[in-house]
Ligand binder design. Sequence first.
Ligand code: FMN
Length: 210
Amino acid sequence: MVEFDDTFRQHLRELFVWRRDVRRFRTDPLPAGAIDRLIETACLSPSVGLSQPWRFVVVEDEARRHAVIDDFKSCNADALKAYSGERAARYATLKLSGLERAPGHLAVFADKASDIGHGLGRATMPETTEYSVVAAITAMWLAARAEGIGIGWVSILNPDRIHAVLEVPPSWKLIAYLCMGYPEVECDRPELEQANWEHRRSADDFTLRR
Ligand SMILES: Cc1cc2nc3c(=O)[nH]c(=O)nc-3n(C[C@H](O)[C@H](O)[C@H](O)COP(=O)(O)O)c2cc1C
């Protein structure tokens, strides 16, 4: 039996406040085993039917990493074209990935074909497979921050292209491509808020009572 006291709860709250999506990394490497340890923590996450559908690919090969960077550049250029005027000008100034400097690249997939969990909970909501993987990524994000390691989630990618670059099984669906490393700076506000792209709203804005 473990008890969590007020001091722990306060620290936990600070962990949530100080977790960031990091795009500006120092280039010094992560300690040996750090990514594997974070993956182990992520594997403690909840999953529909205990299906544990998360699949991790530690991307170390330089050619594959460069292919991912090229894909990001192409997708980001396309994304910019969807904006116009002042919003486009602002989008163009945003830094939306730390792929080039981050020492760690980690792709996270959901295995849509696995029979671990025997289908429990997935008959009416098959998308709970993907939700389970997102839960694991969030746990990893917080665990990493507790070690001073920053994570940046990159979704401006073509999933089919990443699938081909990493040569993973057809039943794996890309959920996230993560940059990992030590952040250049720490901050308690989202970078997109600092860049005046969007601001964090209060819980009241998103909560209904019936
Ligand atoms: C599903 C998902 C996809 C994201 N994709 C990107 C991305 O491609 N590029 C990026 O810069 N940030 C990305 N982010 C990070 C968000 O921009 C970030 O979480 C948000 O601005 C709030 O900032 P914070 O995480 O520092 O609190 C993504 C976050 C999530 C949850």
